[in-house]
Ligand binder design. Structure first.
Ligand SMILES: Cc1cc2nc3c(=O)[nH]c(=O)nc-3n(C[C@H](O)[C@H](O)[C@H](O)COP(=O)(O)O)c2cc1C
Length: 211
C-alpha cells in the first residue's frame, strides 16, 4: 500500500452526534490517531447527500451527475486504506443516511461492470480494510443479519475485500454503549491495530457475519 493511502476514512452516518455508533467510531478514531494513522472523518447525516436518481448517467463516464457533498467523499472511497461505516439500525436495516451513501456508489458499480475501469486496483483492494459498526435497540443480535447483504455489497463495490463488523444489540438510549463492557475498548483496539500497516502484520481479526 502506498504511504499516501495509509489513512482511515471514518463515515459517521447516525443523525445522533453523541449516539452509540458515533461513540464507537470516536473510540476507533482515537485508537488510530494514537497509532499514528491519520483519519478523515465525515458526518454524513449533516451533509447534503441526495438519493440516487437511477438515471444511469454514471454508466457513460463513471461520474455521478449530482454535484452534492457525495463528490467530496468519492475520492476517499477510492484512496483510503481503511474504511469504517458506522450506521445504526433504523426500521430493521441501516439508517437511510448510510443507505443513500451506498446507493450513490452506483458509479463504482458502473465502473466495475459497464466501463471496466474501476479506479481501485485489485492489489490495493486486497490490502484495504473495512469495518461496519452498528447498534440496535432490540436485544436481538439477529437484527444485524438484515444489514449483511447491503454492507457486503458496499465493501464489494468500493473494492475493500477484507471487512468485519462490531455490532451491539440492546443498545438504545444515546450513550448506552458506554455501559457495554469492552465495546469502546474493542473499537479503540481496531483503530490502534491500523498501525500494523507499516509492518505488514495483520491482526484485524475481522468477522464477516454481522450479528
Ligand atoms: C427511526 C428509528 C428506527 C429504529 N428502528 C429500530 C429497529 O428496527 N430495531 C431496533 O432494534 N432498533 C431500532 N432503533 C433503535 C436504534 O437502533 C438504537 O437507538 C441505536 O442505538 C441508535 O444508534 P445511534 O445512537 O448511533 O443513532 C430505531 C431508532 C430510530 C430513531
Amino acid at each position: 500500500m502506498e504511504p499516501e493511502n495509509r489513512y482511515l476514512l471514518a463515515l459517521y452516518t447516525s443523525p445522533r452526534r453523541r449516539g452509540n455508533t458515533s461513540l464507537l467510531l470516536d473510540s476507533l478514531v482515537e485508537g488510530a490517531v494514537e497509532g499514528g494513522v491519520e483519519p478523515v472523518t465525515f458526518r454524513v447525516a449533516e451533509m447534503d447527500i441526495r438519493p440516487c436518481r437511477g438515471c444511469d448517467a454514471c454508466a457513460r463516464d463513471g461520474e455521478c451527475v449530482q454535484k452534492d457533498d457525495m463528490q467530496v467523499i468519492y475520492p476517499h472511497l477510492e484512496r483510503a486504506g481503511a474504511v469504517v461505516l458506522a450506521a445504526p439500525i433504523f426500521s430493521m436495516n441501516i439508517c437511510a443516511q448510510a443507505k443513500a451513501l451506498i446507493d450513490r456508489c452506483q458509479r463504482f458499480w458502473a465502473l466495475t461492470y459497464v466501463l471496466k475501469s474501476h479506479p481501485v486496483t485489485e492489489e490495493f483492494a486486497a490490502r484495504r480494510k473495512g469495518l461496519f459498526i452498528s447498534c440496535c435497540g432490540r436485544d436481538v443480535p439477529e437484527t444485524f443479519r438484515c444489514t449483511r447483504p447491503t454492507v457486503a455489497y458496499f465493501f464489494h463495490v468500493i473494492r475493500v475485500r477484507e471487512w468485519g463488523s462490531q455490532t451491539y444489540a440492546g443498545v438504545d438510549a444515546a450513550g448506552a454503549i458506554r455501559e457495554v463492557g469492552g465495546a469502546l475498548e474493542k473499537a479503540r483496539e481496531w483503530g490502534g491495530n491500523l498501525r500494523l500497516w507499516s509492518s505488514g502484520e495483520d491482526r484485524w481479526n475481522t468477522r464477516h457475519d454481522p450479528g
